[in-house]
Design a protein around this ligand. Structure first.
Ligand code: GAP
Length: 459
């Protein structure tokens, strides 16, 4: 369990900063709240996670089509989606230090995820905060304003004038780019219902809550999948997406006992069902992803606001209807955070020796292999091996420090295999290959390295 591994958000954050996973955004200017930059190790990890998602949900799914839609959309999209009128978080200000917080997040953090604040009215949230004496996390004083709504969409302007007519929004979710392309994709790909549209891309929300590192950021990537289906098949597809979403994250390495379904009690007026998968982060149980049965809301609204018919004609019965939508949405950054927490381990080797090791699934590990010459005079041969391996995999190369310290550095970034070049290599073209998790070493011919590693990093 997590507690035994002593994972804390601070430990993960320090490791990330020191080992090149993630740095504070605009670091030399003192940072910029709730923004983070992925470093050389982190960008590999995140790319591998996105690739794994795309492989599972697009490549291996015959009826799913990918898109990469524009971030800036016609502002009418956000009127149709309801974001301009009613997208909003329940915010409270601390009258003492003037910091702003989301009331639902205050409750969820205080209860370590055991209270579902999203099901509460504003009055119920205010009462809970009062009765449970929840204080400002910033100054420790309890002196709250009432709850008010805050629209977290970022506004910018197009062209040279900053008038209302030129106002555009940074998208707060990627899925609208999938809805507005429903007709294009259905026509150009000759897609038949049920089919799905998938997208990975940046979203932006003016989050006012302390972010807890990558958990809640103002700029983040979403991996979203929208299935367009008949009403009759919609509940089966919804259940199937719930199962597939859980399988995906367990296949990536999250432990089943750190995951649970959380069915929503309170639904949006158009929704037929909604469920989160929660993960046991060091800050408690929190949403990792959502699966939503959105009914015909999205297509009917875009039909109304664009004036374009979104009706689908059944090729067999000729019946015309608006498809239902089942959505599966997961944040790439939030998933990376969960995978970092899950992989982190402090392994006691003996009384005086503990190693920090990231047990990533090899398929998502930033580097698949590291090449380490035992001594610098072996570096010519080591560079030859590096050239061979780096054609196939992200390969690290390190010739600085003792071999023990170099193994530890690779353990901390989760490299599954280390290849050591020694004096025997010069004689017989074999190397030592060390396994990150077992620390066992085997001897292998250089000619077998690529296939050995390839076999073990499949997803
Ligand atoms: N299209 C539906 C939608 O956007 P959501 O529950 O608001 O639904 C889906 O977001 C997922 O996006 C969340 O489960 C989470 O993984 C991720 N996410 C949302 N807001 C985020 C934020 N501020 N920072 C990081 N990830 C976020």
């Amino acid at each position: 369990m997590k507690e035994e591994k002593k994972v804390t958000m601070d430990k993960i954050l320090n490791l990330c900063k020191n080992r090149g996973f993630v740095f504070p955004g605009s670091d030399i200017y003192g940072g910029f709240a709730n923004t983070w930059d992925f470093g050389p190790i982190g960008v590999e990890l995140k790319n591998n996670v996105k690739r794994a998602w795309w492989k599972r949900f697009v490549q291996e799914s015959k009826d799913t089509f990918g898109v990469d839609a524009a971030i800036l959309m016609n502002p009418k999209v956000w009127e149709a989606s309801g974001h301009v009128a009613s997208f909003g978080d329940p915010k409270m200000d601390c009258k003492n230090c003037k910091q702003r917080f989301r009331a639902d997040t205050l409750i969820e953090n205080h209860s370590k995820g055991s209270v579902a604040a999203e099901a509460m009215t504003n009055e119920e949230m205010e009462k809970y905060i009062d009765e449970n004496n929840i204080k400002c996390p910033h100054c420790g004083v309890k002196n709250w304003t009432q709850i008010r709504k805050f629209n977290p969409m970022f506004i910018t302007s197009r062209g040279t004038l900053e008038s209302d007519a030129d106002k555009v929004y940074l998208r707060p979710e990627t899925c609208q780019g999938e809805y507005v392309n429903f007709l294009n994709i259905q026509r150009s790909m000759r897609a038949k219902v049920p089919f799905a549209i998938a997208q990975i891309g940046k979203s932006f929300r003016n989050e006012i809550t302390p972010g807890n590192f990558l958990f809640r950021t103002v700029e983040f990537e979403q991996m979203e999948l929208q299935n367009f289906c008949t009403e009759e098949t919609s509940m089966d597809i919804y259940s199937d997406y719930k199962a597939q979403a859980l399988n995906f994250v367990t296949d990536l390495g999250l432990a089943p006992d750190h995951l649970r379904y959380h069915d929503h009690d309170k639904l949006a007026h158009y929704a037929k069902a909604a469920c989160d998968i929660q993960y046991l982060f060091p800050i408690g149980w929190q949403e990792l992803n959502g699966i939503h049965h959105r009914g015909i809301w999205d297509l009917s609204r875009h039909q109304e606001y664009s004036g374009k018919s979104m009706l689908y004609t059944d090729p067999v019965t000729n019946e015309k209807f608006l498809p239902n939508i089942i959505e599966y949405s997961i944040g790439a950054d939030r998933l990376v955070l969960a995978l970092l927490c899950e992989a982190y381990d402090e392994e006691v080797l003996d009384e005086n020796d503990t190693r920090v090791v990231m047990h990533f699934l090899p398929a998502i590990a930033p580097f698949k292999v590291a090449v380490l010459p035992l001594q610098k005079k072996l570096s010519d041969k080591a560079r030859e091996v590096y050239a061979l391996l780096s054609k196939e995999f992200m390969t690290d190369y390190d010739e600085v420090g003792s071999i023990g310290k170099r193994y530890r550095r690779e353990d901390e970034i989760g490299t599954p295999f280390c290849v050591t070049i020694d004096f025997d290599t010069m004689e017989d073209d074999t190397v030592t290959l060390r396994d990150r998790d077992t620390m066992q070493q085997i001897r292998l011919p250089i000619s077998e390295l690529v296939s050995y590693i390839q076999e073990r990093i499949k997803f």
